[in-house]
Every structure is written in structure tokens, then in C-alpha cells.
Design a protein. Sequence first.
Length: 202
Amino acid sequence: MDKYRKIQKLTDNPFLNLYQMDAIDTKGKNFHYYFASRNDAEHIKIQTKSTAPEGIVIYAVTQEPEPKLAVIRQYRYPIDAYMYELPAGLIDGKETPGMAAAREMAEETGLHFTEYTDGNACCRRPFFMGPGFTDETDATVYGTVNGQISSAQNEDTEDIQVILADKTKIRQILSQERVSMRGAYLMMLFLQSEKPFDFLNI
């Protein structure tokens, strides 16, 4: 049974757009369903069936006997509040996720990122962010960071504080602060691992 008849793009913004789907419920009745996408009308995932990632999130640790996790505290306009997250961003053009991670880490934190590529490849697959409202997929990139924290490459719309957090700080963040979902899960893995990338060997 068909699940939809037509999709219409309702907005024309450079980074994110709203689509209306003429959908069909399990009784055969029509209803309007809305979703957001970073893709143009020809490349929304319902058309391409692709799972290629639009963005990345970066799990990055310092190279120390007791590594710290690179965390950002960023102002987010939709909630008018600061939120704890891991560095993240969109993949530009023909960048690989690793290339995007190195660029985004430099832009958001000033730190130099080196990708870690061992472990099970399933941990690097793109996964859907929230299929109830968007077709976006993101991949997680793992690695290490060094250098000096800097905000010199932050955009004017970015209000970011960089924190190299030990496990005590991560526990405090998870217990008391606003945290993004994907950031929270990766922070939990950081807390549970004796070595920073142990959990990739699944």
C-alpha cells in the first residue's frame, strides 16, 4: 500500500527547509505530514533512498594518561539557552566525515584533530537523527585533539565555550545541565570506557 502521494517544498532557505507530504494512513485516509530536510527537493532521502550523512559529531579526547573529552557549551536559539554538546557540523561538498571533523574542530575550538580509525566500522555508519521530523543522517567521527583552544574561527552566530572535561566534569554535566541527546550518549560511553576508544571494539 502506498504511504504518500505527493511532496511539496514549502520554504526556500539555504540550510534547512520544510516539506509537506500528502500522506496516507493505515486506513487509507489522506493527511498532511511535515518534515525538515537539509536537502533540496530532488535529493531528499525519500527520493534518493540514500543514507549519506549531511553532518558529523566528533568524539575527541586528549592524549593524556587520563584523557579528557572535548565538549562545547553553546548557545542555541530554539531554546534561548546554553547547551552542552560535542563539536559537530555539516559536511561540505566532497569532504569525507574525517575531513569535516578536522575542519569543524578547528573552527569551533581551535584544536587540531587526528582521526582514529580502528574499531568496528558499524560505529562510523550514518544514523538518522530524528526520523519523525527530519531525514538528516549524521556520522560519528572519533579521534584525538591537541593544541590551544581558540575562538578565532567562530562565526558571529556561534557563541561557544570549549571545555576539556574529565570524568568528574562529565558526570556533573550529565547530572545537572542541558545536554544534546547524541552528546549525552557519547559522554556516557566516555565514562564507561577504561580506554577512550574501547567501546568501538564491539
